[in-house]
Design a protein around this ligand. Sequence first.
Ligand code: PMP
Length: 438
Amino acid sequence: TRRDNLLSFDKSAELIERNAQWMAGGVNSNFRLNISPTPLVFERGEGPWLYDADGNRLIDYYLGMGPMILGHKPQALVDAVKQEIEKGFLFAGQTAVEAEAARLVCELVPSAERMRFGCSGSEVDQAAIRLARAATGRKKIIKFEGHYHGWFDNVLWSTAPALNAAGPEDAPVPVAGSKGQLEETAETLVVLPWNNLELLTTRLAQGDIAGVIMEAAMCNAGAVHPAPGYLEGVRKACTQYGSILIFDEVITGFRLAAGGAQERFGVTPDLSTFGKAIANGFPVAAIAGRADLMDMFATGGVVHGGTYNAQPIAMAATAATLKSLKPSLYATLEERGGRLMAGFREIFAHAGVTAQVAGFPQIFHVAFGLENPARDYRDLARMDRAAYIAFTTALLRRGVRALERGAWFLSIDHTDSVIDETLLAVEDAVRELTASGT
Ligand code: PMP
């Protein structure tokens, strides 16, 4: 049913303003700031829905920025967590539940001979980079424009570069993501455009690269598939020139397939990192890969630590999540997400809106203003962000919450009727925007 009265978010706005006296900006992550019309305050989530402080029920396509592949508050996790919490919280020692979760990761992820848990994607990416340096005795890491590997100094480069400051396309200049970032860390990096095998191979051939880190399918700045043969070529070149290949599967892991992008594309990295969907909302991340590399944490003098690593309650959530990742779940996500993507394309075509709907049914990206599919970050950077923010704002007022940067995450609780409701809101929002000439 179509919505007549648009939602308001006044209470959220009021709370954010009040809370800003305690929390910087009224939020606890910079990526929750600058949301139109206001950052939101939530009371609870269930299935595909979030309930906010204004009493609105929103269909949620943020999904915690990716984790909630089973939807909000799935019963299997509630039960597992309740059972575990009765046993105590933290032991600074080992538990049965962490071993079970570890076994499941190794069973599901093709390249995971051995693994370790951490608490965030940012930190396990650091562990992978350290391991690559330790294993090769080399310093430099190759990263790609538009690929995000956490907020730490040595990787927060060229994640959303201002193109006028980013140098030539075939020889990008690293662009810092934050003030206060140690500039010297740029010297430990080589930034390249993604999906260009020739440039990468030429650089690897110099023989001084410790590791190559990439989102195996670009999902952060916008969803872009690896070009045919690209990942295979990267794999071959890394082996040839002795560099460690790291897939950052923090978004793609347990989402594109139970075994992540590496399963979907059939290419095996030396190391890979996971987060988000691994625990459906609990603060869990993992690094996994070749046993000889991973065992350097045990016997090779490479340090990896963390007070909260493998926290038992989070491990119970991890095991319960991983046990739920049946092939049928992915088939359903593919079908429903495919329907949603097709619905978008039809609505945009009908309304004469120029847009690219790209990626995967379970994580896709909508870019306004692009005539052709994007191949890398520089293509994506040309999208019409202002129009897209007007679109997500119009959607929010119609009860659909989607990320302003264009990503749409799907959960197994986004049923066909939820998708129908979403498409009605999209149709309506597009009508509003085209009528107002946005
Ligand atoms: N890598 C990728 C590909 C990510 O998408 C993210 C988070 N958006 C991270 C790393 C960092 O993870 P976290 O926010 O858990 O530190």
